[in-house]
Ligand binder design. Sequence first.
Ligand SMILES: NC(=O)c1ccc[n+]([C@@H]2O[C@H](COP(=O)([O-])OP(=O)(O)OC[C@H]3O[C@@H](n4cnc5c(N)ncnc54)[C@H](O)[C@@H]3O)[C@@H](O)[C@H]2O)c1
Ligand SMILES: O=C(O)C[C@H](O)C(=O)O
Length: 349
Amino acid sequence: MRTAVLRSIRSRLTSSTSSSSPHLLRRCYGTESVPERKVAVLGAAGGIGQPLALLMKLNPLVSKLALYDIAGTPGVAADVSHINTRSEVAGYMGEEQLRQALEGSDVVVIPAGVPRKPGMTRDDLFNINAGIVKSLCAAISKYCPNALVNMISNPVNSTVPIAAEVFKKAGTYDEKKLFGVTTLDVVRAKTFYAGKAKVPVADVNVPVVGGHAGITILPLFSQATPKANLSDEEIVALTKRTQDGGTEVVEAKAGKGSATLSMAYAGAIFADACLKGLNGVPDVVECSFVQSNITELPFFASKVKLGKNGVEEVMGLGPLSDYEKQGLETLIPELKVSIEKGIKFANQN
Ligand SMILES: NC(=O)c1ccc[n+]([C@@H]2O[C@H](COP(=O)([O-])OP(=O)(O)OC[C@H]3O[C@@H](n4cnc5c(N)ncnc54)[C@H](O)[C@@H]3O)[C@@H](O)[C@H]2O)c1
Ligand SMILES: O=C(O)C[C@H](O)C(=O)O
């Protein structure tokens, strides 16, 4: 039973999250040919950090796993390190160990920061998380300026622009290497769509574009596959449930935080896609909030092709339904404000 579960998780992480062929992956990842890759998780002792550390330890593409937090990492690292998989695990605690945690990293995943409580918006986290993200990104620009950065800390619509500004000031900004992790929106859209359309969830694909907060999350159910005959009312309900997915969890947790387990899963899927891209696996595609020129906004989430240098191609939106066109028009002003807030913070503080 235990072996079957582990096999299933590992196969999900190494087979197609994207359009990559499982056969090709198997050929690319014969044990001898897997390159060395270091992944650092910043905020590794938290609600997301701990299950994410577990999932990254199960990922055979990782050879070194650095677990950093301001407290609690020795225990998490000792625990995870006993799992008999490829990567070597090390825990780092406190700012004086941040350099060691980051040096040599290929991918840095950042779930550091405070989560929401009921009644809060993601933007209410800005005052605390903006400063955390800014200082962590300053360290990244010093110690691993070439790493791919996977930003999970909220509000993603502002923390990604903050990171970009910090990297620009340090002279290390590479727009191909900075990603806002919006995979949980895709994970939710797939789950909700499969339930409504009564199709096997493993077969479902749904792009989610825009940003990562409320109406800025725009699932494109008109492009969902397998196709299903859903009514307009059903599409509206699915869209709203995807947009409010985070709040649904925050309310259910009743003051004990926000999504951690589903986020760890989503974060692991996205980090895995980044590693595959770095390793030269072709046609790795995931949605992510990146520097973009597909709309008038400087950052936007859409399908992105990942390659050896990070973003290989920011893909277009594809054909939109009238409902989606309207959603796009409505989200742009809100997303613009969040992006500008992040840029302003980074430049004033
Ligand atoms: N992008 C998404 O889809 C998504 C989904 C869920 C949660 N989130 C966000 O992820 C963040 C973390 O959520 P959580 O539930 O894991 O919170 P948590 O409070 O359980 O864990 C956060 C961890 O960050 C650590 N931390 C704080 N300051 C730090 C610093 N300067 N350096 C390193 N670590 C630091 C804390 O010690 C803690 O262990 C929140 O901002 C939350 O809103 C994003
Ligand atoms: O909703 C939150 O605050 C956390 C996260 O952004 C989510 O979508 O679950």
